[in-house]
Write a protein that binds this ligand. Sequence first.
Ligand code: SF4
Length: 72
Amino acid sequence: MAEIRIDLEKCMGSGNCSYWAPGSFDLDDDGKVLVRDPATDEESRLVMAAEGCPVGAISIWHGERRIDQGAP
Ligand code: SF4
């Protein structure tokens, strides 16, 4: 199963990730990303969330292999 890694220092609370993978990502009261239940979204949605993050705060991994392409 894919592993989600987050760099909270980078997150600026845009909410793009919760649009692409609403079961996996949410925002906390401070407007920072919160990981919910990644098993509820297809892996492709996790990758879209990572690649859609405007500041590159999310990466998706299989072990030590990163499977998303990062922020544009
Ligand atoms: S898309 Fe990126 S910047 Fe926006 S809330 Fe998610 S992690 Fe934070």
